[in-house]
Ligand binder design. Structure first.
Ligand SMILES: CC(C)(COP(=O)(O)OP(=O)(O)OC[C@H]1O[C@@H](n2cnc3c(N)ncnc32)[C@H](O)[C@@H]1OP(=O)(O)O)[C@@H](O)C(=O)NCCC(=O)NCCS
Length: 172
């Protein structure tokens, strides 16, 4: 039987309207879609990838810079938001987006990626509780929900403290 193939590529300007819709439908709210629109303007660099099946966008993932209180100004990103159309969830599309996204973060020289999310989901991609690495989140979230994946060996050795997202996150 013919199995549709899902591919991941960088978002382009023609995708913006569909990406907005994918976020609205996945979250059932306009907030995350508006956050992505705001981050595209404000964040530098950012990573925005789409998952395609049968020439349709069915999923989206976004990464924007986070800062950490260290004397050296290393590059680090926050994964958020991520969305897969409800009819396509639980088929591994989200996993594909996370893996490709982490690869892209690594390619641009990112030291680590943080995420606030489900503690059962993200460890499969290499995320561990961020408090184990001495990182704190600026937002009040359950400690197990704030996780980090190191993309370079020893990325967090000697680097600890409060992690801050882009100010646009405060709007969500
Ligand atoms: C989260 C999301 C992107 C995952 O995409 P997906 O394509 O369904 O993910 P995958 O198929 O790769 O993985 C499915 C796994 O995620 C888990 N999962 C999905 N949503 C979850 C949730 N809200 N809570 C806990 N686990 C969840 C599933 O239980 C499943 O786990 P399993 O592999 O152990 O069975 C998708 O469910 C979605 O768009 N949700 C609404 C928006 C959202 O909550 N985004 C994440 C916060 S930014």
């Amino acid at each position: 039987m013919y199995e549709p193939v899902v591919t991941v590529r960088a978002e382009n300007s023609d995708d913006i309207g569909v990406v907005r819709r994918v976020n609205e439908l996945a979250f059932g709210s306009p907030n995350e879609a508006a956050l992505v629109d705001a981050l595209r303007i404000a964040a530098d660099p950012y990573i925005s990838l789409v998952a395609i099946e049968r020439a349709q966008i069915i999923g989206h993932i976004f990464f924007s810079p986070v800062s950490i209180e260290t004397p050296d100004n290393i590059k680090a990103m926050g994964l958020a938001p991520m969305a897969v159309l409800p009819a396509h969830q639980n088929r591994g599309v989200g996993s594909l987006l996370v893996r490709e996204g982490l690869r892209e973060c690594e390619r641009i020289g990112c030291y680590f990626v943080v995420v606030v999310g489900h503690p059962e989901y993200y460890p499969r991609f290499g995320f561990v509780p961020a408090n184990q690495k001495g990182l704190r989140c600026e937002y009040e979230v359950p400690p197990e929900a704030f996780m980090v994946a190191e993309l370079k060996a020893g990325a967090l050795t000697g680097r600890q403290g409060l992690v801050k997202y882009r100010p646009e996150f405060a709007l969500v």
